[in-house]
Design a protein around this ligand. Structure first.
Ligand code: NAP
Length: 304
């Protein structure tokens, strides 16, 4: 079976190689993959965390080739999307827990679904950590990124007043269109207090965002794209305002969360983030495009 494997000799560090066919457990189906997605950091993580010949990737969409033996999950021939709890999605066929798939509604294609899946479930679960958001002010950092893009929309739908923090002013119009109430390019522009922070940037941004929190507020650390330490002055943490920093990590199974996202998408109530689409044979061009910024966001690779 073909798979996109770690290949130190390849230009992108990845090439289409051969892997054994998946062997599903009783509650697992076999998915014939039509598309998966990747971002620039995947090109570092895959060769950095796996050995040659191993397979990275978490999201995939396609058709159920073999239904789960225990009768759970959809029958063969159903179009579905999944997010795996461990890497291995970049292959022709993968074994997937039936609880981790959602059926694609009419009109939602595999590429759109797979690009939405990982940032979508992350945003949905992260926004859920804040509980009732009606009328509350939520600061989302890295709002132009994939998790931020969906978090802004989901929090807005939940009734939050969302303050979207971005690096580039050019992203403002799109964020306003999807519901952000305020858009800032510097956290110094945010008037305190905010009731919650959903942070994907980390480092100094987390420190500054934390200081904007109201008494009892939570800063949810979802990502750390800045790659810098977060250094808190003692008087920032020890304060009459009892604020918390909480680490976030996705929870499985994810089939139910994917259902929610796909329903919103199909109903036109969630706008997908634009992504690049091409064939998986184009991995070298994709890697080059992601590293040079020509491909700015997620790349969807179709298995043609
Ligand atoms: N904990 C979890 O379970 C979980 C789940 C999903 C994702 N994550 C993590 O969350 C982070 C974001 O994921 P994503 O898919 O949204 O990534 P993404 O699409 O690449 O977006 C990254 C965002 O951060 C901004 N950014 C990048 N570097 C920055 C810097 N140095 N200073 C300020 N802003 C910066 C980007 O701005 P530009 O648009 O201007 O480039 C963009 O808004 C990643 O670290 C990812 O690993 C964690």
């Amino acid at each position: 079976m073909e798979a996109l494997v770690v290949d130190p000799a390849a230009r992108a560090g990845l090439s289409i190689g051969s892997r054994p066919e998946p062997v599903p457990g009783r509650s697992q189906l076999v998915l014939e993959v039509a598309a998966f997605s990747l971002v620039d950091r995947d090109l570092r993580y895959a060769p950095g965390m796996l050995g040659p010949g191993e397979v990275w990737g978490f999201d995939a969409a396609g058709v159920v080739a073999v239904a789960a033996a225990d009768g759970s999950g959809p029958p063969a021939g159903t179009h579905v999307v999944t997010v795996l709890p461990a890497p291995g999605a970049w292959a022709r066929r993968i074994a997937v827990d039936s609880a981790d798939v959602a059926i694609l509604p009419d009109g939602v294609d595999a590429g759109t679904a797979t690009a939405l899946a990982l940032p979508g479930i992350s945003a949905l679960q992260a926004v859920g950590v804040f509980g009732t958001l009606l009328g509350r002010r939520l600061l989302v950092t890295g709002a132009s990124g994939a998790v931020g893009w969906y978090a802004v929309q989901l929090a807005t739908r939940a009734g939050a007043h969302v303050v979207a923090a971005v690096r580039n002013h050019a992203d403002s119009d799109a964020l306003a269109e999807i519901g952000a109430a305020e858009i800032v390019t510097d956290l110094g522009q945010v008037s305190p207090p905010v009731d919650g922070v959903l942070d994907v940037v980390g480092g100094p941004a987390l420190v500054r965002a934390f200081d904007l929190l109201t008494d009892g507020g939570t800063a949810l650390a979802v990502g750390a794209v800045a790659g810098e330490p977060a250094t808190f002055a003692p008087e920032t943490i020890v304060s009459p305002r009892r604020r918390r920093i909480e680490g976030f990590w996705g929870r499985w199974p994810v089939g139910g969360d994917l259902d929610v996202l796909l329903d919103l998408l199909a109903a036109g109530r969630l706008r997908p983030q634009t992504s690049w689409h091409g064939g998986w044979q184009e991995i070298d061009e994709v890697a080059n495009g992601l590293s040079t910024g020509v491909i700015r966001r997620r790349a969807v690779l179709e298995l043609r």
